[in-house]
Design a protein around this ligand. Structure first.
Ligand code: SAM
Length: 210
């Protein structure tokens, strides 16, 4: 293990401990926000994720309305917003107010609206054409219920794209299998439209509502 990997592993353990020990408060929001802003957009992660290729695969069109649930630092939100111009909007959805404030500050003139979600409800203010979740569903306690909540915000032909881990899950993950995800989607009226395999250690599946 080199020193960068050791440092990253040490940070992950420290943050996991802090996440577990500090009660839910503005203080935890702040700690998590500092961590995500520092870690989500490193060169290592963006090249491992193939960010541009992921956003290409979402096939967003000008004028579409999309939601990035668990938007984090806004890495994908900003790139998605570039694709829906003119006329479209991307909702940056997160439970962390500090991250939403960061996205607000770093959005420039992009068509991004921040939405404060509840733990079990994305609280989207309108119907959307596409919902995107990257490395987020494993933080949600009732994923089957949550998939149903998301589906209620889509019309026929609406899409949900999910990227999450196959292995090397982060600490405190609610792990699930691809088969479980497909079953939750099926119950919510969605079928697999396409599966991609270019994200290392993660699956990437596009579902469409019938
Ligand atoms: C690992 S980060 C991923 C950020 C971003 N999607 C990316 O890939 O760069 C997970 C994000 O999910 C958010 N999150 C956790 N639980 C959530 C929930 N129940 N609803 C919405 N967002 C949630 C966290 O605050 C965090 O911003």
């Amino acid at each position: 293990m080199n020193s960068i990997t050791t440092h990253a592993a040490g940070m992950a353990v420290l943050v996991a401990a802090l996440f577990a020990l500090v009660p839910v408060s503005g203080c935890t929001d702040w700690i998590k926000a500092v961590f995500y802003i520092d870690h989500m957009e490193t060169e290592n992660r963006t090249s491992r994720m193939h960010v541009e290729r992921i956003v290409d695969a979402l096939s967003l069109e000008p004028g579409e309305i999309a939601a990035d649930i668990g938007a984090g630092s806004g890495l994908f939100t900003r790139k998605m917003a570039e694709r829906v111009r003119p006329g479209g909007t991307v909702y940056a959805v997160d439970i962390n107010r500090k991250l939403l404030a960061h996205i607000g500050k770093t959005s420039g003139d992009l068509p991004i609206r921040t939405v404060l979600a509840g733990e079990d409800d994305p609280k989207l203010p309108a119907k959307v054409d596409l919902i995107f979740l990257c490395d987020t569903l494993h933080y949600i306690d009732k994923p089957a219920y949550y998939v149903g909540r998301m589906a209620s915000h889509l019309g026929p032909g609406g899409r949900i794209a999910v990227i999450d881990f196959i292995r090397n899950w982060p600490p405190m993950s609610n792990r699930f299998t691809v088969d479980e995800l497909k079953a939750w989607m099926k119950s919510a009226g969605l079928e697999v439209a396409r599966e991609f395999d270019f994200v290392e250690d993660e699956f990437f599946i596009m579902f469409v509502k019938k």
